[in-house]
Design a protein around this ligand. Structure first.
Ligand code: FA5
Length: 345
């Protein structure tokens, strides 16, 4: 081994390092030059046979070669990773559609509530909120249903396990939104055109009943209010919510807090009022309504000799289910969290 053959080897190694175009090739070169049985190990071993003077000079060149190899390999590795990044950017096709993040939407009951509010808005009704847990007094007594009256049974009420108030009785999960009638009148702000939409609760669960559901309660109190106003407003609602060809009819009924009281029916959207499997007679029941009972006006602090009013209280979910096209065949779906069902709306 002499200096000239060494510098020849050094040049060859430099050239070879330039050919390292993959991680595998770099690793092969590292083993070839720096490995246990590599070129540099061999050259170092050969130093032993040289004179002291040659050892020094050749040793220096071997060290230079070693550094050259190490730097060359590091450089090749770095270049390769920069190239790799550039390649991955090239792979990124800007025109490919991105992944769409899943976006939720309002629950169908909330959509129904908003739609109902919009229908009543042009008639001057303002949405209000009253307690969803209230005293029995507002839910029954003030509505002309005394504690022992059998009509209370119909409201299958949930009672709150809390101290009883001597005047207000027990607390209940409001079984209807009619408590809002009294509370609205007690504000003392006449005339009234309120739309009270709240959650209600009853001990009921079947195809058309949920233990928790929403009602919307309309109340109009003013001077000279009569049944034709009630009929006009409900007819307006039916036509604007269900469609211009739908009709309503008033059927006599009995609510303790309205006199006279009515059940409001709407002509069936499937058969057009002729009679079919869904409606059995051409009409579907929408909900209750009536002229506010004088005792209720008095409980609300309103003088029945001066003022009169009408009220109606309907179920949001049931009213929405009757819209043709919704095809909701069981009210309990609306309380379940099945996305397959909810995403349809
Ligand atoms: C009432 O609750 C009266 N407060 C309505 C009223 C207000 C009459 C003002 C006169 C004047 P009713 O119990 O019929 O009435 O209930 C009204 C509506 O609430 C029903 O027609 C139905 O649409 C809805 N509803 C009642 N119970 C449930 C339930 N468990 N699940 C879903 N909807 C219900």
């Amino acid at each position: 081994m002499d200096l000239s053959s060494l510098s020849l080897a050094k040049n060859e190694i430099k050239e070879e390092l330039k050919t390292a175009d993959s991680l595998a090739a770099i690793e092969n070169l590292r083993v070839k030059f720096l490995g246990k049985n590599g070129v540099l190990k061999r050259l170092t071993a050969e130093l032993a046979s040289l004179s002291v003077e040659d050892k020094k000079q050749v040793g220096l060149v071997i060290n230079e070669i070693k550094q050259e190899v190490e730097t060359g390999l590091a450089l090749a590795t770095e270049q390769l990773s920069t190239q790799h990044k550039a390649d991955s950017l090239e792979d990124f096709v800007k025109t490919l559609p991105g992944k769409k993040p899943e976006i939720g939407h309002l629950h169908v009951t909330t959509q129904a509530i908003r739609e109902i509010v919009e229908v009543f808005k042009p008639l001057g009704f303002t949405r209000v909120r009253h307690p969803e847990i209230d005293w029995e007094y507002y839910a029954f007594e003030a509505l002309n249903i005394p504690a022992t009256h059998p009509a209370r049974d119909e409201w299958e009420t949930f009672f709150i396990d809390a101290p009883v108030d001597p005047k207000m009785s027990r607390q209940v999960i409001t079984p209807h939104t009619s408590n809002g009638q009294i509370r609205e009148m007690l504000k003392g702000d006449l005339p009234i055109r309120m739309l009270n939409i709240s959650r209600c609760g009853r001990r009921q669960s079947d195809i058309s009943h949920n233990p928790t559901f929403f009602q919307f309660e309309g109340l109009v109190v003013d001077k000279g209010i009569n049944i034709s106003h009630l009929k006009g407003v409900l007819n307006y609602f039916a036509k604007n919510f269900y469609g211009p060809d739908r009709q309503i009819r008033l059927r006599p009924y009995d609510f303790r807090f309205t006199e006279p009281s009515f059940e409001i029916d709407i002509s069936c959207g499937i058969c057009g009022g002729v009679g079919c499997k869904l409606c059995k007679g051409g009409w579907l029941e929408l909900g209750g309504a009536g002229m506010v009972h004088p005792n209720v006006l008095i409980a609300g602090g309103v003088d029945p000799t001066q003022y009169s009013g009408f009220a109606f209280g309907w179920g949001v979910e049931r009213v929405y289910m009757m819209k043709s096209g919704t095809r909701i065949d069981d009210i309990r779906h609306l309380l379940g969290n099945d996305l397959k069902f909810l995403e349809q709306f």
